[in-house]
Design a protein around this ligand. Structure first.
Ligand code: MSP
Length: 646
């Protein structure tokens, strides 16, 4: 596409065939005013000024050591919800941790826009299929930005660059003998876009559904193209190569979710592979049954199946058809429902193409909601997977009422789609999601979100900062001159100094193991012990030098905590670091250690509290008239419920 890339100083400009560097972005922008084809490179991390140029990033990145982190691409059939936000935020935290370590990160996310599921959603919403995709993609883009996720590339499978990649991959695999046409029969779940055999289904209330997702299936028999795991690459079958990869590289993390199975994910997948019914994957559908997708090259009667198409998006986003191509992914974040595709079909495709396999697949659990529609006589709570297709999701929208760009509106909190909508700031949402159990399914509880916001973000983090910037103990509003040596002489500070001395390595280890909540625990512990020094020593009663020692160690705690919390709550952390007067380049992982010496710094005035306490909002209060009406309707509701039971 372009021959040469020169990076000098601040920016590089792409002008069709050549890339060249200039020293200042400002200059670059004015030079190319109106052309809109500028790539901005700051701190050696290229960022596209226009999304149109995302596809050039991989090539830029190939010049340096780069870490690739991906999320699954999201189906464009409905609004984003907490489960999707979780996947994206997890990946974002991983990306931010790498960036704080000065690594260049390619964080890839996007939209899965083909397949029957999207077509059906468009029909339901009375939109054209493309309009459906455009609408939902915009919603997801908004949420990604509002929840402070910062992907480098946002890919949509309806883009031309992606269609070219999928068709090129198909052609290559067909040429190498991995794809064959045959009559294929089985059951199809539109909701999962998955072909399953009878063994993987059960009948509930007279309806056949999949065992795993409980989504309805329909039988089908078609002449399709299949991708065979028995195809041979370098003398070994793809299946054997996948098994070797699973056994030798243990790429799936964590091994398994707690209390869910005695077998690790790896063992479960290996068992599946032994049963031989995943040896062949149907990778196309008759175009007459599903025309919304990429056509099989050279066969106008067939559409490439949406999973084959979607998996290839990881390759498109990393510049597969460009030279050089940055590969393989370091971490691929997925939910547990799509592990089968990522641990069997995906590595097999890569092996067939002769490409390296992902280094790690990080699997997270599901967000569950209370099933309010259940007919449950003993009133025991039943939790089900949050899902937009079943209308049980806590959906997210950018909040238009708060315009500083970091507020989201959550709907469906009470289990009923429009019953109650609550506005939360991105820090609260991120904190709540990351404070969950990474190795398990999690229950969405609005009360817990409010509680975590109040007890940890407001009462601990923000409170420590406001205490040690208050007039009462810090009348000169400064970060006093810091001397570690002098502080070590104070007996009652010993324990806390030790704690701060190891905090970074404790947190970095937990974050590297994807145990975000445990990392946060350690940060909160340090904050609590700083706070208890203030409470017990009452610095406002002490003379200036003693008081300043306490203020400086407490502000140092805030500094280290805020640096370490940047991946979790970027916005609030950066506000704290601004108040403390910490320069951008001093906010890296390596700066999260106790300083030896630091000069006195004036603190930035902070008029507004960083975060206000949240109150639990209740569903709409009913007036006497509507209460009367619902009282009157109650017996009929009961009737309706019992109808459902039969
Ligand atoms: N389009 C496919 C992925 C193709 S990747 C090549 C897909 N899309 S999805 O929109 O259904 O799901 C996207 C991600 O969101 C998946 O990782 C999925 O696990 C996650 N979640 C969807 N619902 C979820 C919960 N209720 N809880 C947590 N995450 C879940 O699958």
């Amino acid at each position: 596409m372009f021959k040469k890339l020169v990076l000098i100083g601040g920016a590089a400009i792409y002008t069709g065939t050549v890339l060249w560097g200039v020293t200042k972005y400002r200059k670059a922008k004015t030079t190319l005013k109106g052309e809109n084809n500028v790539l901005y490179i700051k701190n050696s991390k290229p960022r596209p000024v226009s999304e149109e140029f995302c596809h050039l990033l991989p090539t830029l990145y190939s010049e340096q050591e780069c870490c690739i982190i991906t999320t699954p691409i999201f189906y464009a059939n409905g609004d984003p919800h907490i489960g999707h936000a979780y996947t994206s935020i997890m990946a974002d935290v991983m990306a931010r941790c790498q960036s704080l370590d000065d690594k260049t990160v390619l964080y890839v996310t996007g939209m899965d826009e083909h397949g029957l599921k999207i077509k059906q959603a468009a029909t339901k919403n009375k939109r054209t299929v493309q309009a459906q995709c455009d609408y939902v993609s915009q919603q997801f883009c908004d949420i990604v930005k509002t929840s402070e996720c910062s992907p480098t590339t946002f890919i949509r499978t309806t883009e031309e660059r992606h269609c070219n990649v999928v068709q090129a991959i198909w052609t290559r695999l067909a040429k190498d003998g991995f794809i064959k046409k045959k009559i294929y029969s089985g059951y199809y779940s539109v909701s999962d876009e998955d072909v399953v055999n009878k063994r993987k289904t059960i009948v509930i209330n007279g309806k056949r559904v999949t065992k795993d997702s409980r989504q309805p299936v329909e039988t089908f028999q078609e002449e399709n193209y299949v991708f065979s795991l028995l195809g041979v690459k370098n003398g070994e079958s793809l299946k054997d190569l996948v098994i070797k990869w699973l056994k030798l590289k243990s790429p799936i993390k964590p091994e398994v979710l707690e209390n869910q199975s005695s077998l690790s994910y790896c063992e479960q997948i290996l068992r599946e592979l032994q049963k031989n019914d995943l040896d062949e994957w149907s990778i196309s559908r008759l175009r007459s049954n599903n025309g919304w997708g990429i056509q099989v090259p050279g066969d106008s009667t067939q559409t490439i199946h949406v999973w084959f198409d979607a998996l290839c998006s990881y390759l498109t986003a990393t510049g597969y058809l460009n030279e050089p191509h940055v590969w393989p992914p370091d971490i691929q974040v997925i939910g547990k429902d799509i592990l089968k595709f990522h641990s069997i079909l995906w590595p097999a495709i890569l092996l067939a193409l002769g490409l390296d396999l992902p280094k790690q697949i990080f699997v997270h659990g599901h967000w569950l909601v209370e099933d309010v529609n259940q007919n449950n006589p003993n009133k025991r709570k039943k939790w089900i997977k949050m899902s937009k297709s079943t209308g049980t999701a806590v959906t997210l929208q950018r909040s238009n009422t708060a315009n500083d760009g970091h507020f989201l509106k959550m709907k469906g909190i009470a289990g009923v789609p429009d019953e109650l909508s609550v506005t939360v700031c991105s820090s609260t949402l991120r904190y709540f999601l990351l404070r969950s159990r990474e190795k398990n399914d999690n229950h969405f509880q609005y009360e817990r979100l409010v509680d975590l916001h109040n007890t940890e973000l407001v009462n601990k983090l923000c409170n420590l900062l406001s205490r040690c910037t208050s007039e009462k103990i810090n009348p000169t509003e400064e970060f006093p001159k810091f001397s570690r040596k002098k502080l070590t002489e104070v007996g009652y500070l010993q324990k806390h100094l030790k704690e701060l001395g190891v905090l970074k390595s404790v947190v970095a280890k937990k974050f590297a193991e994807f145990q975000y909540s445990k990392g946060i625990d350690a940060i909160l512990c340090a904050i609590t012990s700083a706070d208890s020094i203030i409470t017990s020593k009452k610095p406002w009663t002490l003379e200036a030098t003693q008081r300043e020692k306490i203020v400086s160690i407490c502000l140092e705690t805030c500094r280290i905590a805020a640096i370490l919390l940047q991946p979790i709550i970027p916005n609030i952390s950066s506000q704290i670091l601004d108040i403390l007067g910490i320069k951008e380049k001093k906010r890296k992982w390596r700066n999260a250690i106790l300083q030896e010496e630091a000069p006195r710094r004036v603190l930035k005035k902070n008029k507004k509290p960083l975060l206000k306490r949240m109150k639990i909002q209740k569903g709409k209060e009913k007036g006497w008239f509507s209460s009367l009406i619902s009282l009157f309707l109650k017996p009929f509701q009961w009737l309706k419920k019992s109808e459902k039971m039969t």
